[in-house]
Write a protein that binds this ligand. Structure first.
Ligand SMILES: C=Cc1ccc(O)c(OC)c1
Length: 161
């Protein structure tokens, strides 16, 4: 567990979506979405359940202010992850409403999830390939501290960011 906490990982789902997560501490993540239908969305200090299923394999699961539920399995030693993402109907219908720095729009997310339909949900089940991982220490506020932009992943991978 100690080597997973503090990790920054970038991974690309088989459907093409590129995500970045920072495992901030034992119950908190920050993340950015670099591509896909909600590319541009980013979130800090999302509370999660994090467990080590077996040595080197981790599950991170949470429910979001949007009503989206997420369960991710990380296999960093194999450069693989698997995600199960449960989207309420409204996120499927109005994905762009969720593209923001969510921390500044929690009320907007709560209003939207009450106002728009939840069901039927859309379940996305996808493997991804980890293309970058590095240790950044625990509770590092500088890892995910600005909005995603075109070329940011390249800047991270080349050490410019
Ligand atoms: C819906 C959020 C979401 C979905 C899949 C992910 O891999 C993720 O990582 C931070 C977040």
């Amino acid at each position: 567990m100690q080597d997973f906490l503090g990790m920054q990982l970038i991974y690309t789902y088989d459907n093409g979506w590129e995500y970045e997560i920072y495992i901030k501490n034992e119950d908190t993540i920050d993340y950015r979405i670099h591509s896909g239908i909600v590319g541009g969305r980013w979130v800090r200090n999302q509370k999660v359940n994090l467990v080590e299923l077996t040595p080197g394999i981790f599950k991170v699961a949470w429910t979001e202010p949007t009503g989206t539920d997420v369960s991710l399995d990380f296999m960093p030693n194999k450069n693989k992850t698997h995600g199960e993402i449960f989207f309420p109907k409204w996120v499927d219908e109005h994905p762009k409403l969720t593209v923001c720095y969510q921390n500044d729009f929690i009320d907007k997310m709560h209003k939207a999830r009450n106002q728009y339909p939840t069901y039927p949900k859309t379940v996305v089940s996808e493997f991804s390939t980890i293309t970058f991982q590095q240790h950044r220490g625990i509770n590092n506020e500088n890892v995910i501290a600005q909005a995603p932009y075109q070329g940011m992943v390249n800047d991270i991978k080349t050490g410019k960011l």
